[in-house]
Design a protein around this ligand. Structure first.
Ligand SMILES: Cc1ncc(COP(=O)(O)O)c(C=O)c1O
Length: 397
């Protein structure tokens, strides 16, 4: 018999994916250049040439088995060592090969991390606004996702609500900074306060509480800022990373979990992930992707375009009267809609071929997300359209 739980999801597919499909279909009708598609976080800047060159030379020079054979179940050992050394140099934490587990992107990292530190019935707390896929990522493991309401003035953590939600069933806290969808980077004081509270609650409850830090946007920060690295502040941290956004290669499906060397059972956690893979079939990312990222480990794509797009949109949106927190990173901006019902708002925007994502599924009704990982030229052309939309649909705002 077909699993009813999954079957029922067919009628509640990802809003982001549906809008992206709509944008593609509309593009076929009127030319994609005329669709202002702010739906999907699919990076537009090219992957560094060095990545492609490394993969091409691998294909020329390596023997078939090294290139196409299975890699070890925890990932290619040399690649894991390269990741550990890079993190150690950058963040001053003594990672070793044994602390790194290679995954299929951040999605694969989170699939393992959640199973690693929770059992069915346990609670995982996250903070609104949050990436909607956290619902299936967590709930499909049998653990329960609890969402702390947002703090709309700056989208930092709402500590009052968080403290109320923490309880003995809390086994993990899932954070994402820089954040999809708000673009907000958690301040150092936010991370410090979070770490202090978790240490206190670990003592009080007599068990570990793991911090699962989802970091695919770690490198995309603006105004010369550095994103505070949560592992520096809390030892029971699993850093879940993806190269999808920093190297612009989400289709390659490559990322990792970095276990803090002082986490409880640190030496075992990557090994246990290898056992988790056996059950979920999310095992061993592509060998060439692993070797490819190792060849460019400290590089990124040219991410500067995102800051330029952020500046253009932030200025335009504030000028048009939107309430919006200035993003400190990512390629998302998260304004308040001009009517209470953000779904209706985004529906109206479609008439202008503006594809905006309502944030109800992000745990923040009344807001919408724009993914501005698109050409700057298109962002510029979208601004008069945005103006026309606002002035026509909301003349008395
Ligand atoms: C916050 C967040 N976490 C996880 C993911 C999944 O990343 P990946 O595609 O690298 O698996 C995404 C992708 O957009 C994301 O925005």
């Amino acid at each position: 018999m077909v699993n009813e739980q999954y079957k029922s999801r067919l009628s509640a597919k990802s809003v982001i994916r549906e809008l992206a499909e709509y944008a593609t279909a509309r593009g076929e009708e009127i030319g994609y250049e005329n669709v202002f598609d702010y739906s999907l976080g699919n990076p537009s800047v090219p992957t560094p040439k060095a990545y492609d060159e490394a993969v091409i030379s691998m294909h020329k020079d390596m023997d078939s088995m090294s290139l196409h054979g299975y890699s070890p179940s925890l990932g290619n050992t040399k690649v894991r060592a390269t990741v550990a050394a890079s993190l150690k140099k950058r963040f001053g934490i003594d990672y070793e090969t044994k602390h790194i587990f290679m995954t299929s992107g951040a999605a694969g990292a989170l699939a393992h991390a959640i199973r690693l530190v929770t059992s069915p019935g346990d609670e995982v707390i996250t903070f609104a606004p949050f990436f909607p896929e956290y619902m299936p990522y967590v709930n499909d493991t049998g653990a329960i996702l609890k969402v702390v309401p947002p703090s709309p003035k700056d989208f930092q953590i709402n500590f009052t609500a968080f403290e109320e939600m923490l309880n003995e069933k809390t086994q993990a806290v899932l954070i994402n900074s820089p954040n999809n969808p708000s673009g907000v980077v958690y301040r150092e004081e936010t991370i410090k306060r979070l770490a202090e509270l978790l240490r206190q609650k670990q003592k009080e409850y007599g068990h570990d509480i793991f911090l699962i830090s989802d970091e695919p946007y770690r490198e995309i920060v603006f105004d010369g800022m550095e994103c505070p690295y949560p592992s520096r502040y809390y030892e029971n941290t699993l850093s879940c990373y993806s190269f999808s956004k920093s190297l612009s290669l989400p289709g390659e499906r490559i990322g990792y979990i970095a276990v803090h060397p002082k986490a409880t059972d640190a030496d075992l956690l990557a090994l246990i992930c290898g056992q988790i893979s056996r059950g979920i079939g999310h095992n061993c990312p592509s060998a060439t992707s692993q070797m490819g990222i190792a060849a460019v480990i400290d590089q990124t794509a040219d991410l500067s375009v995102y800051e330029e797009n952020r500046n253009l949109l932030y200025e335009a949106l504030t000028e048009l009267g939107f309430t919006v927190v200035k993003p400190g990173g990512t390629f998302y901006i998260f304004p308040k809609a001009l009517e209470e019902d953000a779904v209706a708002f985004c529906q109206k925007a479609k008439k202008y071929d503006l594809i905006l994502v309502p944030a109800d599924n992000f745990g923040c009704p009344g807001y919408f997300r724009m993914a501005y990982c698109i050409d700057t030229e298109k962002v510029k052309r979208s601004i008069p359209v945005l103006r026309k939309f606002v002035e026509t649909e909301y003349p008395n705002r």
